[in-house]
Ligand binder design. Structure first.
Ligand SMILES: Nc1ncnc2c1ncn2[C@@H]1O[C@H](COP(=O)(O)OP(=O)(O)O)[C@@H](O)[C@H]1O
Ligand SMILES: [Mg+2]
Length: 323
């Protein structure tokens, strides 16, 4: 069988540029060389597509890849790559790509629309209020202060890697947190703080069936919560797959992850973050393009399910071919 060209697209303009390079590297290293010819593409922070031999604009790159019958493996995270922009461009140019559709990516990346859809699905989400940058900061602060008890959570509506997320313990810390979150998105949410254990659960689509991977418990070691340092510093978080919980709870986590994936119409794979307070599971967010470096949570869960990275990539690419 002829080998298929796979353009592994990484980098991008988002705050997660560096993380994406790690994801891209892992994908390049684990593609089955007998089935695929990899093409490395680094998208610059200015959205130019750097191939090994030349740099192209997005339209030039997509036209070129279409001629090559390439599939784009989207190894980006955050804005441009995970928020539906790149997916929309691929759809426009008729180039196959991995992961979730443009519409599903837009809904998943935005914590306002995804929270709405989780709630509509009957799942528990922390109480939240939504604000946009054209509102008066003092008014936002006084409304949030009146609506929640401390600690509370402030986060950008569309970001990742905990960038701009703050747990706020006092009214004094509220305004700086609101201003910080607005640096990363024009929309932010204020949210009820859930005190409990954090878990994350991957879902993989095979054919038309959705399978949940073994969940992981995340215990931050270097920080108060699962922030950027805890996520990316070596030893920053203790990750336990599967967590020490009874089988019924693990099953419930998996069932919720599958329901979240389906509710948002996600594609080949996703990873849903949840918090367990007493016996109640709250959905925090869904990641339509979870980190994919060798040590990332999603590949760890796949390994625990007996799937190698090579097999995992194969399934994700097959999904793209079937779209
Ligand atoms: N409502 C909440 N209650 C308690 N902790 C939260 C809450 N929301 C977020 N967190 C903590 O902040 C981290 C990052 O928040 P999240 O919404 O997942 O944003 P990101 O998309 O940046 O990962 C979570 O993994 C969790 O540790
Ligand atoms: Mg998260």
């Amino acid at each position: 069988m002829a080998k298929r060209n796979i353009a592994v697209v990484m980098g991008g303009p988002s705050a997660e540029h560096e993380i994406s390079l790690l994801t891209g590297q892992t994908v390049l290293q684990n593609l089955n060389p007998e089935k695929y010819t990899p093409i490395k593409v680094v998208i610059t922070k200015n959205r130019l597509w750097q191939f090994e031999d030349k740099t192209r604009t997005a339209p030039e790159a997509l036209t070129f890849l279409k001629e090559k019958h390439a599939i784009i493996f989207i190894a980006l995270h955050g804005s441009y790559g995970e928020d539906g922009t790149l997916q929309g461009l691929c759809e426009l140019y008729g180039v196959s790509y991995t992961g979730s559709s443009a519409v599903s990516s837009i809904l998943s990346m935005d914590k306002v629309s995804s929270n709405e859809l989780f709630a509509k699905e009957g799942l528990n989400v922390p109480e939240y209020l939504f604000y946009s940058q054209d509102q008066d900061v003092h008014k936002i602060v006084s409304e949030v202060d009146g609506a929640f008890t401390y600690p509370l959570v402030i986060k950008p509506a569309r970001q990742g890697s905990s960038v701009g997320v703050r747990i706020v313990h006092s009214k004094e810390a509220l305004k700086p947190a609101v201003e910080e979150a607005f640096r990363f998105d024009e929309n932010i949410i204020a949210q009820e703080y859930i005190k409990g254990r954090e878990v994350s659960c991957g879902v993989l689509k095979e054919g038309s069936s959705l399978t949940a991977l073994p969940p992981t418990e995340l215990i931050p070691v270097v920080s108060e919560f699962f922030d950027y340092r805890a996520k990316y510093e070596k030893g920053g978080t203790k990750e336990i797959t599967p967590p020490d919980m009874d089988a019924a709870m693990l099953e419930k986590i998996q069932e919720i992850a599958v329901r979240c994936h389906a509710a948002l119409g996600c594609g080949a794979y996703s990873r849903t973050d949840m918090m367990l307070q007493d016996e109640t599971l709250y959905v925090i967010e869904i990641n339509p393009l979870p980190g994919f470096a060798d040590a990332s949570i999603y590949p760890q869960q796949a390994r625990a399910a007996g799937l190698s990275l090579e097999q995992l990539l194969d399934t994700i690419i097959t999904n793209a071919e079937q779209k």
